[in-house]
Design a protein around this ligand. Sequence first.
Ligand SMILES: Nc1ncnc2c1ncn2[C@@H]1O[C@H](COP(=O)(O)OP(=O)(O)OP(=O)(O)O)[C@@H](O)[C@H]1O
Ligand SMILES: [Mg+2]
Length: 251
Amino acid sequence: MPTIAFAHLKGGTGKTTSCINIAGCLVAKGFKVLAVDLDPQSSLTSGLGVDPATVQFGMGDVLLKKKEMREIVLETLTPHLHLAPAGLELGEIRAFPLLPSTLRSALLMIKGEYDYIVIDTPPADTGLIKNGITAADGVYLVLDTGIFAVEALMNVKRLFSLEQNTQFKGVILTKCELTLFGTPTHYVKDLQEAIEHGSNKPVFYVPFSKEILASQLQGLPLSTSAPSSKAAHAYEIITEQILQEVPHASS
Ligand SMILES: Nc1ncnc2c1ncn2[C@@H]1O[C@H](COP(=O)(O)OP(=O)(O)OP(=O)(O)O)[C@@H](O)[C@H]1O
Ligand SMILES: [Mg+2]
């Protein structure tokens, strides 16, 4: 099953938001999608409308081999978008050694049940990030336009050997302010070009959008809650590229 992971070492860059909205775009295209929450913060879980406190079995149980994927998967408010949630159990995983291929093996058990799998990874926990990357056919690095996130890009690529790795498909720049005091700024365009030049991969941008917060409060992707917003359109463009880079067998 084509599998996409969203990653970066820096926190708060827009990984979960990208994962939710690209999942929504894939569903809008008619695909059946499983979203996997690998972050003990459980933001993907709550962003898809499931209260993490109500999660009985989650990804922590799968990674510790107490449960199989099929036993933990939940439906979400969006038809055809299922969730492998993270509850409190995932926070305890740090105490256990984790092989990087654990998630990949677990996903084999549900082979063919979904058209696409999207994986949200946490900032900083390299064991969980490695599991997400090892399970993925395509990895997108998600950064905001702040200098710390941009600087951390080199570290991420080095730490996970993404330079020589064909899984690394592109960069998503989020929360982009395209104007400053009402005046268009070239900052995002310049940054986009500089990263594209440095990494030889396409760099996509998602504008700063007030609809994102509203959609997350509703537990819905933008494709359902605000399909005509600029951010929804930006995620549609990224999804088009994903469909080319990590195609489904039917295409
Ligand atoms: N394009 C955007 N416009 C406005 N707000 C955004 C946008 N993208 C993300 N946000 C907001 O930025 C915050 C961080 O986003 P998100 O949780 O997706 O980042 P993250 O990289 O997953 O964070 P963490 O590293 O903690 O997992 C959230 O409050 C989210 O609603
Ligand atoms: Mg997150």
